[in-house]
Design a protein around this ligand. Structure first.
Ligand code: FNR
Length: 385
């Protein structure tokens, strides 16, 4: 645990660099959570209740991390979570992350609020899924679906934990949502980060490229405010049935934290779910995602693939999640820090650091591939509390 947040695990150097490079309000936007940030901390704490049991003499000369998830095959059991406005963190924008997803042969979610449009990111040839918020105006949602299909994404992720946007104290303190008319202190904060500022000026386009066609507002923050207000709070399971009808490709539901919701999503024809509390940015207090994973796994009984996100910061976290039946893990802040710190090179470092640690843990546990980890299940783990 650090002074003002959960520990950043193997990414601590990159996170530190990102915080030094970014204006305070962007660093806080990445790091922060809702209300008391209890959920944010609980995501990390949940992993500390498990350890992986060391085993010897099992020929671990070859470790294979290949995973099949949501019908896709990835070289590593990693999925880069959709992160809004990530293009603001570095001039190389989300394309840097998509290139690294392609290089490492893993999946990535494109946020509805991506600075780069999905049409521009597919050129990376990464395995990309479009994350969709269902908007009040269903014509916008239909257009997003149409675009996701036409540009060749491999599927969609529908995020269901954002019926409203709760108070995030750090963003309130920094006036994050009011950046379109920067105050003097905000201007001063931006000027203390000249390298970031030069990149932002070089990048030019002050717009949320993925969705600016749906708003008449100008400027990233005004567009963000406008479109966040369009996320439909009346959304219910009937709408999900509508969506299942409107989209005949791969459909994944993100933001599941209850076994009954997992079952409902499955019954409505979802191809997979992401157990997620939005990285502690929505409901507070909520349980850690790893805390609810076993009950959700039991409910769906292996009939659809489960990915988990929230607080994945170490190789041991990945192995623990797989042993508790996740097909893959997903993470948001780590790649955002890597991107902010060093662009493409930083995202590459994030993936290499995590891969190395997963290999270490699997080898020392005598588990040579991801399916073996899942089959071993709890027998590979040692509960600590
Ligand atoms: C997010 N997340 C998110 N999720 C989503 O479905 N659409 C979005 O636009 C965003 N935007 C976003 C911005 C930022 C700055 C963060 C940190 C997160 C949530 C994200 O996909 C994922 O669920 C969490 O990031 C997982 O927790 P960790 O890995 O950050 O601890």
């Amino acid at each position: 645990m650090t002074a003002d947040g959960p520990d950043d695990g193997t990414f601590s150097n990159l996170a530190r660099k990102a915080r030094r490079r970014l204006p305070r309000l962007f660093a806080d936007y990445i790091d922060g959570g809702a209300h008391g940030e209890h959920t944010l901390h609980r995501n990390r704490a949940a992993f500390t209740r498990w350890s992986v049991t060391p085993r010897g003499l099992r020929d671990v000369s070859s470790i294979d991390l290949t995973t099949t998830c949501f019908g896709r095959t990835w070289r590593l059991p990693f999925f880069l979570a959709p992160v809004g406005f990530a293009g603001m963190f570095h001039a190389q924008d989300e394309a840097a992350t998509a290139h690294m997803a392609a290089r490492h042969s893993i999946g990535m979610g494109i946020s509805t609020f991506s600075i780069a449009a999905m049409e521009d990111l597919v050129a990376s040839e990464a395995d990309l899924m479009a994350q969709i918020y269902v908007m009040r105006d269903r014509a916008v949602t239909r257009d997003l679906l149409e675009r996701a299909k036409n540009c060749g994404t491999s599927g969609i992720i529908v995020t269901i934990d954002t019926a409203i946007t709760p108070v995030r104290e750090r963003d309130v303190r920094n006036g994050f949502l009011h950046l379109s008319r920067p105050t003097l202190p905000q201007m001063a904060s931006l000027l203390t980060r000249p390298r970031w500022l030069a990149g932002a000026v070089r990048q030019g386009g002050n717009r949320v490229g993925n969705i600016d066609r749906y708003t008449t507002s100008r400027g990233i923050m005004a567009q963000a405010r406008d479109l966040t207000a369009q996320i439909d709070p009346t959304l219910d399971w009937d709408d999900l049935a509508w969506l299942r009808d409107a989209w005949n490709g791969l459909l994944v539901i993100k933001g599941i934290m209850h076994p009954a919701d997992a079952l409902r999503a499955m019954t409505l024809g979802a191809d997979g779910i992401i157990v997620s509390n939005h990285g502690g940015r929505q409901m507070d207090p909520a349980p850690g995602t790893l805390d609810v994973l076993p009950a959700i796994t039991e409910a769906v009984g292996g009939r659809i693939d489960i990915v988990i996100d929230g607080g994945i910061r170490r190789g041991g976290d990945v192995v623990t999640a797989l042993a508790l039946s996740a097909k893959a893990v997903s993470f948001g802040r780590p790649w955002a820090w890597g991107l902010a710190a060093h662009g493409e090179r930083g995202v590459n470092a994030v993936l290499e650091l995590l891969e190395r640690e997963v290999r270490d843990v699997m080898a020392l546990a005598g588990l040579c591939d991801t399916e073996t980890v899942r089959k071993a299940g709890r027998a590979a783990l040692w509960p600590l509390a």
